[in-house]
Design a protein around this ligand. Structure first.
Ligand SMILES: Cc1cc2nc3c(=O)[nH]c(=O)nc-3n(C[C@H](O)[C@H](O)[C@H](O)COP(=O)(O)OP(=O)(O)OC[C@H]3O[C@@H](n4cnc5c(N)ncnc54)[C@H](O)[C@@H]3O)c2cc1C
Length: 240
């Protein structure tokens, strides 16, 4: 899957227990903190929250807002980052702005970094546009486009050497520079992201992002992720 990566930086331990606790406090007469270690085991908690919150499309998503995950997302094109960043509610982002540094653009010219580590171009292959018209992206076109990126790096380096600020010279950077970012969200907003960006009509790279995001979700909250996969994934079941 290209060079795309998503790694976990931090995540709420026992997330399914946390959701169970939030759910249980909704109807329990007592202070649930007094239960001590009498919470259901993580796996059992998963079963219970599916049964009582999610099955039969109950739509009781509030308790799923408590567990949080922080991810390091790497090597995706700028355009994909922009699209994912439109999701504001329950999701936080940090990404390099190119205002303060653009050293990796200069590194390409100096041969210190591979151009494909810094810019994303789609692989050679068959594609279609948004109206369904098919076309072939050829090796010749791709080489020409890589060369375009290299020339842009050279011009960027020249302007920096002439004294332009990074935030000024960044206008010369080709659009799909790869960007790394840190993303934090809760389990509900994670599913919302998947709802909107794992659809077949989402940008290809956003769908790849969702494939990796789903893997991290599955490792973290297996019961909820499985419920998500069986009931919502790629079914275009969108929240309003
Ligand atoms: C396939 C696809 C193509 C897109 N193309 C474009 C495009 O070309 N250009 C572009 O600018 N955007 C585009 N978007 C972005 C889209 O218009 C939304 O801005 C984006 O999906 C974020 O919306 P959200 O529902 O995820 O909001 P979030 O910020 O994630 O909010 C989550 C939920 O909270 C509620 N909510 C949040 N804010 C409000 C509010 N102000 N009022 C009422 N309810 C609110 C809604 O229920 C919302 O679904 C595209 C999105 C998709 C999925």
């Amino acid at each position: 899957m290209d060079k795309f990566r998503i790694e976990v930086i931090a995540r709420t331990p026992n997330p399914q227990q946390v959701v169970w606790a939030a759910m249980h406090q909704d109807y329990c007469e007592d202070f649930i903190g007094d239960r001590g270690d009498r919470f259901p085991e993580e796996e059992k908690a998963g079963e219970l929250i599916i049964r009582h919150l999610l099955s039969a499309n109950r739509g009781h998503f509030g308790p799923l807002e408590h567990p949080q995950i922080t991810l390091n997302v790497g090597y995706f094109p700028h355009s994909m980052m922009q699209q994912v960043r439109t999701h504001r509610v329950g999701v936080s982002f940090d990404v390099q702005s190119f205002r303060y540094t653009g050293q990796r653009i200069i590194d390409v010219v100096e041969g210190k970094r591979d151009i494909e580590d810094v810019f994303y171009l789609r692989p050679v292959g068959d594609y279609s546009d948004r109206q369904g018209k098919r076309y072939f992206y050829s090796p010749e076109q791709r080489n020409e486009d890589l060369n375009w990126c290299l020339n842009a790096c050279k011009l960027y380096q020249k302007r920096i050497q002439e004294g332009l600020a990074e935030e000024h010279a960044r206008s010369l950077i080709p659009f799909d520079a790869r960007q790394h970012f840190v993303l934090s969200c809760n389990a509900r907003s994670l599913m919302h992201l998947l709802d909107l960006r794992w659809k077949k009509d989402a940008q290809l790279e956003a769908q790849k992002f969702c494939e990796l995001l789903y893997l991290r979700f599955e490792e973290w909250m297996p019961a909820v992720a499985l419920w998500y996969k069986e009931n919502r994934a790629q079914k275009a079941r969108l929240s309003p």
